[in-house]
Design a protein around this ligand. Structure first.
Ligand code: CTP
Length: 399
């Protein structure tokens, strides 16, 4: 079986009774041709031995963060970067709590904190521990960070109790990982284009008209396309965000530049227009700084509507064209109007009158209006998770 050929999996084994199942996980991963490195937490060593693990993985087992030999060979950053995917199994209540609070007091937690890869957690614990509000809260936090959770399952537990908390069986975990990489491979044939951030429409060399927008939601969408294997272009207005790596990243200022770059980078299979494009620009740009005097009247003219132009374009319209709608009032009515008038397949609408979501917030809540008259709401969650949910829906639609 070559399902995981050339894939590098970092397995973090924590101290729980089901740690012994990790031997089966390693065997399964190796059978699928992946390379497996492992980190053993201090408590995990009470349940499995480094020797049994290294015999199966045929790799050195990493244990102590401050161990001299670990430092010289591979540090926490190199280990995080080496991996294509990090798998934490069993993810104990303690590990889950540590990861949700960003703790970094051992090699395992430090590697996860430093990771820029997909993280899968496989929880295993007593049913009461799993159902405790603090564990539930921690799991929600981790889901919001975009971590994927496998299980736990319902069944008899090692402690003699029955309920939810049993670790998912190794073959199911392997299936999940294989399917993650398979989907990523499948999406490589797709091209995605995303616009994000505000445009700047210059009045003179030092002043411009703009819209309130951090660009964060669009950047997260582009990251999610990239992480799902899409060939991705992100066309961004001026933001304070770090450029997204692994995508074709293009920075622009004005709506006209954004439009030109959009045209240059089409065709695409899907385009999401999340940019806050200024609806107006000045009719006469002043080459020199305008000096302060009495009242100043700006003569504004309508800007190009990028989305409308593309969505009505005969040859360049992506199969799936998705617009955003930022509304302070009458969200449903205005969104449906934009869906129709801008010839979109979907409109993703935010209520920007609520400051806890939208603009400069880390969270968002959106309603998606589909062309077939259906709609759904993605309740308040991180912008990164909204992006993942949105991209999952795009993948389902394209496939
Ligand atoms: N949009 C665009 N070009 C413009 C204006 C908007 O591509 N000149 C896109 C946005 O990226 C978004 C959608 O159109 O996907 C709706 O943008 P929004 O600002 O909500 O609405 P407007 O079209 O500007 O209309 P209004 O300001 O009247 O709400």
């Amino acid at each position: 079986m070559k399902n995981l050929l050339n894939k590098k999996i970092l397995l973090i084994i924590c101290g729980g009774i089901s740690a012994y199942k990790c031997l089966e996980i390693i065997r399964g991963l190796k059978k699928n041709n992946s390379q497996v490195k492992t980190i053993l937490t201090k408590n995990a060593k009470e349940f499995v031995t480094p020797l049994s693990i290294s015999s199966l993985s045929q790799e050195k087992v990493y244990e102590d963060m401050f161990g001299a030999e670990n430092q010289s060979e591979m540090d926490h950053i190199s280990l995080s970067r080496w991996a294509d995917l990090i798998l934490v199994a069993p993810a104990t209540a303690n590990t889950i709590s540590k990861l949700s609070s960003g703790s970094a007091d051992d090699l395992a937690s430090t590697v996860v904190l430093a990771s820029n890869k997909e993280v899968y957690l496989v929880p295993a614990m007593n049913v009461r521990m799993w159902e405790h509000p603090s564990t539930k809260e921690n799991i929600n936090i981790l889901k919001n960070y975009g971590y994927k959770i496998i299980g736990p399952e319902i069944g008899d537990m090692a402690c003699g109790e029955f309920g939810k908390g049993k670790m998912t069986e190794p073959n199911e975990i392997i299936k999940e990982i294989v399917s993650y990489f398979r989907n990523k491979e499948k999406n490589k044939k797709y091209k995605a284009l995303v616009t994000a951030g505000p445009t700047h429409e210059y009045i003179d060399p030092v002043r411009f008209i703009t819209n309130k927008s951090s660009g964060k939601q669009g950047y997260e969408i582009a990251k999610s396309f990239r992480d799902n294997g899409f060939e991705t272009t992100l066309i961004s207005g001026q933001t304070n965000l770090e450029p997204v790596t692994g995508v074709n990243f293009i920075k622009v200022s004005t709506a006209e530049e954004m439009y030109n770059e959009t045209i240059n980078n089409l065709p695409a299979d899907v385009a999401i227009f999340s940019a806050a494009v200024s609806d107006y620009k000045v009719k006469n740009y002043e080459n020199e700084k305008i000096k302060k005097k009495g009242n100043l009247n700006l003569n504004l003219t309508k800007n190009i509507d990028i989305l409308s132009n593309i969505s009505k374009h005969n040859s360049l319209r992506p199969k799936l064209t998705i617009g955003f709608a930022a509304e302070t009032n009458d969200l449903v009515e205005n969104s449906l109007k934009k869906l129709e008038e801008k010839n979109c397949d979907w409109i993703v609408a935010n209520d920007v009158s609520d400051s806890s979501i939208g603009f400069y917030s880390e969270d968002n809540e959106v309603s998606i209006f589909y062309k077939n008259n259906t709609r759904e709401t993605l309740k308040k969650m991180s912008k990164s998770l909204i992006a993942k949910e949105l991209v999952n829906r795009v993948i389902n639609k394209l496939n």
